[in-house]
Design a protein around this ligand. Structure first.
Ligand SMILES: [Zn+2]
Length: 104
């Protein structure tokens, strides 16, 4: 199961920000590892707690979690892609531009 929290935690892990303070106040190491390894999804409460700890918002975490978005097919070239935003319709700026030009 993929989690909205996973890409956020991976980023914090890579920058060395998942320290003892995080594990003692926000989430257990076991729980964090399960999410990092894709074995568990995070609850809204956990996302809120992590957001609070890193002084961000849960909305921000969810919006910046492209791997949790379902794969889509590009409206122009039909290639599958993972949209960075839920409303994205094209795999790239190039496809978006070409589509707009042809439909103009
Ligand atoms: Zn495309």
């Amino acid at each position: 199961m993929r989690s909205h929290l996973q890409p956020f935690l991976v980023q914090k892990q890579q920058s060395g920000k998942l320290d003892a303070a995080f594990f003692s106040t926000v989430m257990s190491e076991k729980r964090t590892n399960a999410i990092l390894n894709g074995l568990a999804g995070a609850t809204i409460r956990e996302i809120n707690n992590v957001a609070k700890h890193f002084k961000t918002t849960s909305k921000e975490i969810i919006e910046h979690a492209p791997v949790s978005s379902p794969e889509k097919n590009c409206d122009y070239c039909a290639k599958p892609f993972i949209p960075a935003k839920p409303k994205a319709r094209f795999c790239s700026d190039a496809c978006r531009n070409k589509s707009h030009r042809e439909n103009a």
